[in-house]
Ligand binder design. Sequence first.
Ligand code: GRF
Length: 308
Amino acid sequence: MEAQSLLSVFCSNSVIPSIQNPKEPLPLTLPYFSSSLCVQSLKWASIKTHHCHAHQHLTSQIVRFKKKLHCTSSVEKVDGITSDREDLKNGFRRKNLAVFVSGGGSNFRSIHQATLGGSVHGDIVALVTNKHGCGGAEYARDNGIPVILFPKTKDEHEGLSSNDLVTALRRYNVDFILLAGYLKLIPIELVRAYPRSILNIHPSLLPAFGGKGYYGMKVHKAVIASGARYSGPTIHFVDEQYDTGRILAQRVVPVLANDTAEELAARVLCEEHRLYVEVAVALCEGRIIWREDGVPLIQSKENPNEFS
Ligand code: GRF
């Protein structure tokens, strides 16, 4: 597809958090965005005052400031600022991601590993779950990722309301939301607060075998029962209903003659991990392009005139 036929380039900075400087500190992390600004301005000041009397005083201030930062639990975040600056040289800033899970969270783990490994130019700043004891939430806690409970239910009375969830995500300066096995419907408040910024992964080739009731093994059993010879994951943008948002990426796997639902699920899951990381890489690099008719495409990194 030619670049000229594409109308709008998705602006990854289109989400402007309404709470840039929350009055109250975040409950679980140091607000490292403001630390980043501080570090940058102090470095700049250090260079500018190199030959003036203020230099010595300022240098000791910088040393004290750096020591203070390294005493906090957000040292990784502070170190991350260096890569922010490197990324800016390449033309993009690291993005803040929130991942939503209800279960084991193997997709969440593979995306997290990719952020740590450097292929995804973003950081997972929050994990949202409706089940505080699920495998994904445990992994988040083990890795110092703040866990947010949503929604509030009889069982999870500490869960947030929809509006409070939006506020919390904005406080974390979340750019994109990745649903990875989150079984609850996404509330309209969140869909409206994050336009073109929420993705979901589904384990069938949508629009087939999607919608309410199609989750987990039910999807794979239905695929096998239908006689379909191919299945595979779909990543799509999220709207107000289950599995109906615009399709962004798909991968195909064969359905074998003697497949059980578990065997097919394992084959699809393997592709899910690869596909979600590929999409997260493109998302964080601003390579999601919206075609004139509203279909999202991924722009090739190697050849910017190629889209898939
Ligand atoms: C995946 O199959 C995904 O497609 C679906 O839920 C499952 C989540 O698996 N939405 P995991 O928790 O990432 O292992």
